[in-house]
Design a protein around this ligand. Structure first.
Ligand SMILES: Cc1ncc(COP(=O)(O)O)c(C=O)c1O
Length: 405
């Protein structure tokens, strides 16, 4: 934290022009096929790519093969894959032991029937084995959906209205949560297309400012009470503003004092900081946990919400309970056999191989190596990691988070 503070106090520096030309030359000469196809994509796909992970200057790379820790692009260039799809592929890309088990399930029943399948239960059970506080679990389609559902569930359970998040944090793109995005204190700066009413009951507290969080909780008493405080336990933006170690425990105490639910958004940290997620890492128990990415082992439909059985009762669906007693959540393809089996086998395999621990060691090693380079060249960067998630921030107005395998 001290080094980060000193870094951000420095003036911004530009990149050296000749070094930049070297980089651009690589793309111009070695990545022609990527350029050709992504130029074509601009005509049919707004912006040319569909996810910000795929943005790349001067143009995106088109990937043809992924295997373990390596990627091969359309021009045949091979890369070490520090991105790992932004985190879901903890076992590495295209991991055959999981692929084969998933293929068996798909061979037997296809990707979806709309009816109950054993792997829905197996996934909920294995999550509960490693995250005992997730007593019940509801599978959904993405992290965004799961945050949306958690917030709705918290409001229904507590009967309160307000939601507090940490400024700068990304919790998906739902109307309620596109507030104070990326940069703390920016309120509705990114809320184009979202009506005022949709964010009227969202508040942001500055990262790790427990005094401000408490003040918001006090103010909210006059505004219908706080239903939930939503945090990324490692700090907003996957820990690019790392949280002090006791931060989550103190937020837990404040939530208990004010009768708000504590929601851990573990889309990034679930199974990655360890199989117990950030709750296990910090030893703090949330009321609700949002999972995404790794929960389907990199297969589609990665998301879900789980937690205390009494709170999760509001997610009851179908014939279980009186109509009107439950919140509306769902999705035709949610909890399909393909995603649930993929999640189940991936988590089982992560436990068998100790993958999060191995990845954590790789994160330590990468960080040490980066720090050595920073020190020996006197670069204006700070490198740190929380398990396998490794971040390096620069005084050149950029900040990278990378995930190691
Ligand atoms: C902390 C956090 N929450 C929620 C989300 C949204 O998840 P999804 O992209 O699956 O909608 C993300 C996505 O990166 C995330 O990092």
């Amino acid at each position: 934290m001290r080094r980060l503070k000193a870094l951000t106090a420095q003036p911004l520096r530009g990149l050296r022009h000749d070094a930049m030309l070297d980089v651009l030359n690589y793309f111009d000469t070695k990545c022609r096929a990527s350029k050709e196809i992504t130029d074509r994509a601009k005509g049919r796909i707004p912006g040319g790519v569909q996810h910000n992970l795929a943005f790349n200057y001067p143009f995106p790379l088109a990937i043809e093969k992924a295997e373990g820790a390596y990627l091969v692009d359309r021009d045949g260039n091979t890369y070490i894959d520090f991105l790992q799809a932004g985190g879901p592929t903890i076992l590495g890309s295209n991991y055959a032991p999981v692929n084969e088990r998933v293929a068996e399930v798909v061979r037997d029943c296809g990707p979806v029937t709309g009816l109950f399948h054993e792997y829905e239960l197996k996934l909920a059970e294995i999550i509960n084995r490693f995250m005992p506080h997730v007593e019940m679990y509801r599978s959904l389609g993405s992290g965004t959906e799961a945050v949306m559902a958690a917030v709705r569930g918290a409001r229904a359970f507590t009967g309160k209205k307000m939601v507090i998040k940490v400024g700068g944090a990304y919790h998906g793109w739902s109307d309620t949560m596109v507030y104070g995005l990326r940069v703390p204190g920016t309120y509705r700066m990114n809320a184009k297309g979202i009506p005022f009413g949709a964010t009227a009951r969202t508040r942001e507290a500055f990262p790790h400012d427990l005094g401000q969080l408490k003040r918001k909780l006090v103010e909210n008493r006059l505004r219908g009470g706080t239903a939930a405080v939503v945090v990324e336990p490692v700090g907003p933006e996957s820990g690019t503003r790392p949280a002090p170690h006791d931060f989550n425990a103190k937020v837990r105490e404040l939530c208990d004092e004010f009768g708000a639910l504590l929601i851990f958004d573990e889309v990034v940290t679930g199974f990655r900081l360890g199989l117990g997620g950030a709750a296990g890492y910090f030893g703090v128990t949330p009321d609700l946990t949002v999972l995404g990415k790794a929960v389907s082992g990199g297969y589609p439909m990665a998301g879900g919400v789980g937690g205390r059985a009494d709170v999760m009762a509001v997610f009851g669906s179908g014939l279980d309970g009186k109509s009107g007693a439950h919140i509306q959540v769902g999705g035709t393809l949610s909890a399909n056999p393909l995603s649930c089996a993929a999640g189940y086998f991936a988590i089982e395999e992560m436990a068998r191989t100790g993958a999060p621990v191995i990845a954590g060691r790789a994160g330590d090693r990468l960080t040490r190596g980066l720090q050595r380079l920073i020190d020996s060249y006197g670069l204006p960067y700070v490198a740190y990691n929380q398990g396998r998630s490794c971040t390096w921030s620069a005084a050149a107005s950029c900040c990278w988070t990378c995930v190691t395998r």
